[in-house]
Design a protein around this ligand. Structure first.
Ligand SMILES: Cc1cc2nc3c(=O)[nH]c(=O)nc-3n(C[C@H](O)[C@H](O)[C@H](O)COP(=O)(O)O)c2cc1C
Ligand code: SF4
Length: 656
């Protein structure tokens, strides 16, 4: 056994993660270890459905990282089956060439490769596909809302043939196997679930009939490409949509194996993930029962399980205890391409953590994967090609995530780097946000990057307020300003009659304050600080001048925060104006044509802030390169800044 920072590392007594490191056969295919990088749509495909060089570089990095099996993201078996405008296509021989290139390049790394095959059915829109969506029954998907055309029996057989032809193309491209996507709410799942299948022909009715399209696809592929390994990806759906009981799931697993599937994949799917950052309340509709034992006991082919595993010891235990045969590890391999190799080499303490923010899921209608914990994602080639910094000097002001990443990458590129942080903690807004219940994981990436800075020998001057002159004295070739500017105080008469404080101080220093708190400014930060303080037992009231609270974040996160505030009876008033504090410390506000009087001990000023510290503008013209990046509280925006900062850095390395 090997010890790591994270505690005991599991192993087979001889080497770390020995159970995961063992090879396994899937059908006739020998897979070198038990770690599967599951299908994760990247959005790096072209608008006309081709796999691109960008995709190949992204997968090559992961192949080099040591996973035994990579399941390449879904390719649609028909134009009508694309779920997004950049979903790959495999409905024509013209798409084979790029897949063949991917297989050739990746096979050199000894990894095994499957291609996931999909038809979106009604989980798409005619804006994406140019044709009305199709489905088992003419009822809309709850999220997409467009009424689909019910497939005729003959058209269902056409879909089966489209899957088979796609698999044959995958085989000629050089894939070792294909995975048929029977979950995630896509077409085959729509057939499987009684929520969406109300047909009266051979493809509707009991579970055997509802699974008929899936089993015909599997049997068809088995007959047309007997050498291909074949995975059936199935899952229980959500309680509120595409539900499949565990007994039905077990039956579908048996039917799939009986039809010729060489393995069954029941890893927790994307439909189970919240679309955005973990929040205080659970994702709606989650089915929480463990699925693997139900399926493992029912089939003799290997079972792939897992999903949402962040402690790799758990993955080892799952295989060791034979609860699954292979483990799907998705997002952690987005953040650290070398994760499997680090496990097997006893370097698990060096793994770059996934913080489960789900920014990688992207944003419709054109979701493209990005990741705040790994700004190389989607730009692998850019980083391979970048030149070294050649001893030049970079100063980073502020240690928000963009600042930390700039400093680490600049040091890796060979610059001498110096970091100045006027505040008392590293990580700025991402670090303060990690104080919010449910957001603590954010700190893991700050912690990781701080350790990297130490390892790289980068001096970090904490609590050091620097002036333009101080910065110039270091003779920098480039300066990255990665702090926010001051928070704009809202218009409140008599504000000096009451104790005021800013939200960053509240989260970073936990100052003493009275029990009656009013939060002015209902952006995401204000709403989350209201949640945080209410949880701590304060009597909190959230006020916003605009018409909506938390409008600067993803609608799903917004709804969940509002629900959490409602549940805790935290009053939220929007569209307030004419704020006044009288000498007795009472706050009066105009709200819906009446005056509200709110007793208050402390007002937290969570209004707008300047996204970048402009007090360093004077550096422009005096230093070769000055990059004003700033910092952000909301994770998708923060990710954009991390990408901007690191992109500028690579550009700089190539120019300076
Ligand atoms: C960005 C993203 C895209 C995904 N796309 C797909 C997909 O196209 N097909 C699929 O079967 N699962 C998809 N998934 C689900 C993953 O395969 C995996 O089951 C899920 O991420 C949970 O595993 P993890 O916690 O190890 O990431 C996706 C997940 C993410 C985060
Ligand atoms: S850190 Fe966030 S964006 Fe990156 S892989 Fe994890 S969940 Fe996805």
């Amino acid at each position: 056994m090997t010890k790591t920072d994270g505690g005991e590392t599991k192993g087979d007594g001889k080497r770390p993660f020995g159970a995961l490191a063992r090879s396994i056969r899937i059908g006739d295919l020998e897979v070198p270890n038990r770690i599967v990088f599951p299908a994760l749509a990247t959005g790096f495909g072209s608008a006309d459905g081709y796999l691109t060089e960008r995709c190949i570089s992204y997968y090559l990095e992961r192949a080099r990282g040591g996973a035994g099996l990579i399941i390449v993201e879904p390719a649609a078996v028909a134009g009508a089956g694309r779920s997004a405008s950049n979903t790959l296509l495999i409905d024509d021989d013209k798409f084979i060439q790029m897949h063949a290139k991917l297989c050739e390049v990746l096979h050199a790394e000894r990894v095994k490769l499957f291609l996931q095959l999909v038809h979106a059915g009604r989980k798409t829109s005619s804006r994406v596909t140019g044709t009305p969506p199709v489905a088992p029954s003419a009822e809309p998907d709850p999220d997409f809302g467009e009424t689909p055309v019910e497939l005729t029996t003959a058209q269902v057989r056409g879909v089966v043939l489209a899957f088979v032809s796609a698999a044959v193309r995958a085989r000629s491209a050089g894939y070792d196997g294909v995975e048929v996507l029977g979950t995630g709410g896509f077409l085959l799942h729509q057939f499987l679930s009684l929520d969406s299948n109300h047909r009266t022909d051979d493809y509707g009715g009991d579970v055997v009939a509802r699974a008929r399209i899936l089993t015909e696809v599997i049997a068809g592929i088995r007959a047309a490409a007997p050498q291909l390994a074949l995975s059936a990806r199935i899952g229980p759906g959500r309680k509120d949509q595409y539900y499949l009981g565990l007994d039905e799931l077990q039956e579908v697993a048996k039917l799939s194996a009986g039809a010729g599937a060489s393995c069954v994949n029941v890893a927790l799917g994307a439909e189970m993930l919240a679309r955005t950052d973990r929040v205080p309340v659970a994702s709606p509709g989650q089915v929480k029962q463990p699925i693997e034992p139900v399926v493992k006991g029912a089939v003799s082919v290997p079972v792939i399980g897992g999903g949402s595993i962040s402690d790799m010891n758990q993955a080892e235990e799952l295989v060791q205890a034979e609860r699954v045969d292979l483990v799907a590890i998705g997002r952690p391999v987005i953040t650290d391409e070398r994760l499997p190799a680090k496990l097997f080499e006893g370097r698990s303490s060096e793994i770059r953590p996934c913080i489960h923010c789900n920014v990688c899921l992207g944003r419709p209608p054109n979701p493209v994967m990005t990741c705040p914990a790994n700004p190389r994602v989607g730009r692998e080639q850019l980083f391979w090609l970048s030149r070294r910094g050649g001893g030049r000097h970079v100063v980073v002001i502020g240690t928000g995530l963009a600042g930390l990443w700039s400093a680490v990458l600049a040091a890796e590129l060979g610059y001498t780097v110096e970091v100045f942080e006027p505040g008392s903690i590293l990580g700025n807004l991402v670090a303060v946000r990690s104080r919010i219940p449910g957001q603590t994981e954010n700190y893991r990436i700050v912690d990781y990057l701080s350790r990297e800075l130490r390892t790289l020998g980068v001096p970090v001057h904490l609590r050091r307020k620097v002036t333009v002159r101080d910065v110039l004295e270091t003779r920098p070739d480039a300066v990255f300003v990665t702090r926010i500017g001051p928070i704009e105080p809202p218009q409140v008469d008599g504000l000096s009659n009451v104790h005021t404080i800013d939200p960053i101080t509240v989260l970073s220093t936990e100052p003493t304050m009275g029990d009656k708190v009013v939060l002015l400014g209902g952006g995401l930060m204000g709403a989350e600080v209201a949640y945080y303080l209410t949880k701590k037992g304060k009597q909190v009231c959230l006020l916003e001048e605009r018409s909506r609270v938390a409008s600067d974040t993803h609608p799903e996160l917004r709804q969940r925060i509002l629900a959490a505030l409602r549940e805790m009876d935290c009053p939220v008033y929007v569209g307030v104006h004419h704020l006044q504090v009288n000498v007795y410390g009472e706050l009066a506000v105009e709200y819906e044509k009446r005056t509200l009087k709110l007793p208050v001990d402390t007002i937290i000023l969570a209004g707008n802030y300047e996204t970048c510290d402009n007090s360093f503008r004077e550096l422009e013209g005096k230093v070769k390169e000055v990059c004003f990046i700033g910092d952000a509280y909301e994770t998708a925006e923060l990710t954009r800044l991390v990408y901007e900062a690191t992109g500028r850095l690579v550009d700089l390395a190539n120019r300076l």
